[in-house]
Design a protein around this ligand. Structure first.
Ligand code: M6P
Ligand code: ZN
Length: 207
């Protein structure tokens, strides 16, 4: 099986291949390149240069066959490559759930951060292998690779939660994660040197 299953599903086991982040059975895979992250890095010029020089893959999302529909519980494995653009660590687009429901992330490999923003308060959780990050309903979430190796995590979320990317473009994420030597600087989202969150950003999309 390499496509999304149609309910009602029967109980089944999924084998996770830790070496290359495969799932068996496996559902759809999503690849996000630098060009897919328009309007998200503070330094637009650095982002344009990265797109022009190879448009690298920033992260991939491998899903199980469980569909994103009400009452089901889809899972996915996200792998964010190490890198930084304009001093900002490579990251996911980040999204809010249109239907405010919780989600969990379990660290599998590498060093990551989970940035959460409810429109007012911001939280930063360090996610390393074995750590579970809890995303409460109503908190937008973005993952960041703060290490030198691929950062990988398992996500489990309600099938009807949805993905609202426009919310992040409108509201930002409260903080940005910048590289500082071997460490991380968390700076205010609109700090000096940063452009606004979405001067030419894409519009909301469902994925
Ligand atoms: C995790 C889950 C997915 C999400 C993915 C990438 O695997 O939260 O639902 O799609 O991360 O994040 P984004 O959708 O923000 O690009
Ligand atoms: Zn989510």
């Amino acid at each position: 099986m390499s496509t999304t299953a149609i309910p009602p599903l029967r109980p089944f086991a999924i084998r996770f291949g830790a070496d290359n982040a495969t799932l068996e059975p496996q559902g759809p895979t999503l690849t996000r390149r630098m060009s897919d992250l328009e309007g998200l890095f503070a330094d637009r010029h650095a982002w344009e240069q990265a797109v022009a020089s190879g448009d690298p893959v920033v992260y991939t999302v491998v899903s199980s066959p469980v569909p994103e529909v009400a009452r089901e519980l889809p899972q996915s494995i996200t792998t964010i490559q190490p890198g930084h653009t304009g001093g900002e660590f490579w990251m996911t687009k980040g999204h809010q759930h249109p239907d405010p429901q919780g989600e969990i992330y379990l660290g599998l490999a590498g060093r990551g951060g989970l940035l959460l923003f409810d429109g007012d308060r911001t939280e930063w959780l360090e996610i390393t292998p074995g750590v579970i990050g809890y995303i409460p309903p109503g908190w937008a979430h973005r993952s960041v690779n703060v290490g030198d190796e691929p950062y990988r995590f398992l996500a489990v979320y309600p099938g009807s939660a949805g993905h609202d990317y426009g919310w992040v473009l409108t509201h930002g994420m409260g903080l940005r994660a910048r590289r500082n030597g071997t460490g991380v600087d968390l700076v205010p989202f609109g700090a000096p040197g940063a452009t606004s969150a979405h001067p030419h950003g894409p519009t909301a999309s469902s994925h």
